[in-house]
Design a protein around this ligand. Structure first.
Ligand code: FES
Ligand code: MG
Length: 592
């Protein structure tokens, strides 16, 4: 590296070593000297490496990055770089009101400004909690300086009375037990707290494990990095290796656009099905792709992903948790299983370590076949998403890997029509409306009801709420009916095992078909044809559209903050990645 340093001029030298403009150079230099750096360091042509720090007391899932960053810094210095750690906008999935997803694009915007506007030659992206991963990858995509991601790692497995308790999933399960009177409030709280035994992100295959696994499948992390639990020694070690590697990437000029190609996204879609990944993944990967100018849509997710089997036995689709996933071999072992079956579409895609994903993963041993099953004998065949369309919406995603036996027996058991079901709509306008009415016997909700949630998309909520997975009324749960089909223009937590139809785009708030659906309408869902329709005739649809327009469109709650208003004015729909429309045209901006 030392030899290369004397020949290569880095971006940071435009700030610190510009002989044509000594005044500006001095101005830039003097303030970065004031914490002890020397002129020799800043003007010797060493690459300056940012550490985009997402951990803080407000972001407990990522907080361990504050410790890990010390190892990253040591790696950067060992490889001949200079570390510059800086804070990112905090995003905490479960703590941020009204929803953390409102802040994904804010985190993206602020990181774009930092990476573009400061003297950074490369960056380590500290990822973890759900929205931090896409926010940081989206920003790296837009700016396109060399970047590598580092997961904080999942929490240790949760345990209660000898059983694994997994993040989020245990909340959905225990809430039902609380509703039915099986446990009291204290036991409910104890069980839920047991699922979070250490630093790290959610230990289930929720959105966090999904997005961290996909960051590795995309090639943006070192092999094996996604699954190492946060407190393990290997987590510190891979932090050091990540720091070393980003310096080399800067010398090699290996940029996000070289790694996150169309081929890499196709690999990630296949891996997502194999791991039983979250329905939030299409939103975020479609967004990252748009910021790179790579074409990607929900039809790609169905075409490339639906036939792929589920092989990772993690909650909510399976039994195990994050530590087990790591001990079985993590993402490299999953990819090795897919490669053995010839199912990884692009083994030649380059990754952050400079090698192809195929070279990194081929032959990696699956160390526990109870956790990572072989492709030849999977947990479920055809485990990817279906992209549904019809007069209710242009696109909505259904995660088929979580369709339970109870659900299949009740809704998909007609031998003449095994992939379709019909029901009567019960429409809720946002989560408050749902909570107010769901248990009211006058609503007449029974096993033939399809629960609809609207007003929960990126404009309606705002940011898109994780509220589509709706629990049936308590009186139905007591009768043994644990889930009703749920459909909506919002999202669902990746830790939920409900086979909902989600992310409906366009949402009601921008005039999608859900805006004119009425309680009592019959609705037909056909998973084979990929259709979702209200069985309402065209003349009535036209009448309702007219009435909606007369009424000034679908009504949604007022803005509460400046950002809510700004984002609502320019945000795209969930199927299109929920990106800020004006941001998409700014691509690879560090080179211009
Ligand atoms: Fe942060 Fe799940 S809430 S990772
Ligand atoms: Mg979430």
């Amino acid at each position: 590296m030392a030899g290369a340093a004397t020949t290569k001029k880095f971006r940071s030298q435009e700030w610190f070593d510009n002989p044509d403009n000594p005044g500006m150079t001095a101005l830039y230099l003097e303030r970065y000297l004031n914490f002890g750096l020397t002129r020799e360091e800043l003007q010797s042509g060493k690459p300056l490496i940012g550490i985009a720090q997402t951990g803080s007391d407000l972001s407990p899932c990522n907080r361990h990055h504050v410790e890990l960053a010390k190892r990253v810094r040591e790696g950067i210095v060992a490889a001949g770089g200079i570390p510059f750690e800086f804070p990112c906008h905090p995003i905490q999935e479960t703590g941020k009101r009204p929803t953390a997803s409102l802040d994904r694009n804010l985190g993206y915007l602020s990181l774009v400004e930092v990476l573009y506007g400061y003297p950074l030659d490369g960056v380590v992206l500290t990822i973890g909690c759900d929205k931090t991963t896409p926010a940081l990858l989206m920003a790296a995509a837009t700016v396109n300086i060399p970047a590598i991601a580092l997961s904080v790692g999942p929490m240790l497995n949760g345990w209660h009375k000898g059983k694994r308790t997994g993040s989020g999933t245990i909340v959905w399960e225990s809430r039902q037990r609380l509703s039915s009177g099986e446990i009291d409030y204290d036991e409910f709280m104890t069980i839920v707290a047991s699922s979070a035994p250490s630093v790290g992100y959610c230990n289930t295959m929720g959105t966090a494990t999904t997005m961290n696994s996909l960051a590795e499948a995309l090639g943006m992390q070192l092999p094996g990095s996604a699954a190492i639990p946060a407190p393990y020694r290997e987590r510190g070690q891979i932090s050091y290796e990540t720091g070393k590697r980003i310096v080399e990437m800067v010398y090699d000029d290996l940029k996000p656009s070289d790694i996150m190609t169309r081929e890499a996204f196709e690999n990630a879609i296949v891996v997502n099905s194999a791991i039983g990944g979250s329905t939030n993944a299409p939103i975020h990967l479609n967004a990252i792709a748009r910021h790179l100018g790579v074409p990607l849509d929900n039809d790609d997710w169905q075409r490339l992903g639906h036939h792929v089997p589920l092989i990772v036995n993690l909650q909510p689709a399976g039994d195990y948790l994050g530590e087990d996933y790591h001990h079985a071999g993590g993402v490299p072992a999953v990819i090795a299983e897919l490669m053995k079956a010839g199912m990884l579409p692009h083994p030649g895609a380059v990754t952050a370590n400079g090698k192809s994903i195929g070279d990194n993963c081929a032959g990696v041993e699956n160390l526990n076949e109870a956790v990572i099953w072989p492709v030849s004998a999977p947990l479920k065949e055809h485990a990817g998403f279906i992209n549904l369309k019809g007069n209710l919406f242009d696109s909505a995603i259904m995660k088929t890997s979580v369709i339970s036996k109870e659900f299949r027996d009740r809704y998909l058991s007609n031998p003449d029509d095994p992939d379709a079901f019909e029901g009567v709509a019960k429409v809720f306008d946002g989560p408050e409306d749902y909570h107010a009415r769901i248990d009211d016997p006058a609503e007449n909700i029974d096993e033939n009801t399809l629960l609809f949630m609207r007003g929960a998309g990126p404009v309606g909520y705002p940011g898109g709420a994780e509220v589509v997975n709706m629990q049936p009324p308590a009186y139905l749960i007591k009768k043994g009916i644990h889930s009703l089909p749920c459909i909506g223009d919002g999202r669902q937590s990746g830790t939920s095992g409900t086979p909902s139809i989600l992310n409906a785009s366009p949402e009601a708030a921008v005039g999608g078909g859900l805006a004119i659906l009425k309680s009592g309408d019959r609705v037909r869902i056909d998973l084979n044809k990929g259709t979702a329709d209200m069985l309402v005739d065209d003349a009535e649809i036209a009448r309702r559209r007219e009435a909606l327009q007369q009424d000034g469109g679908y009504h949604f709650p007022a803005h509460q903050t400046p950002w809510q208003e700004i984002q609502r004015g320019m945000v795209d729909q969930l199927a299109q990645g929920m990106v800020l429309r004006p941001a998409v045209k700014y691509q690879r901006i560090a080179q211009t």
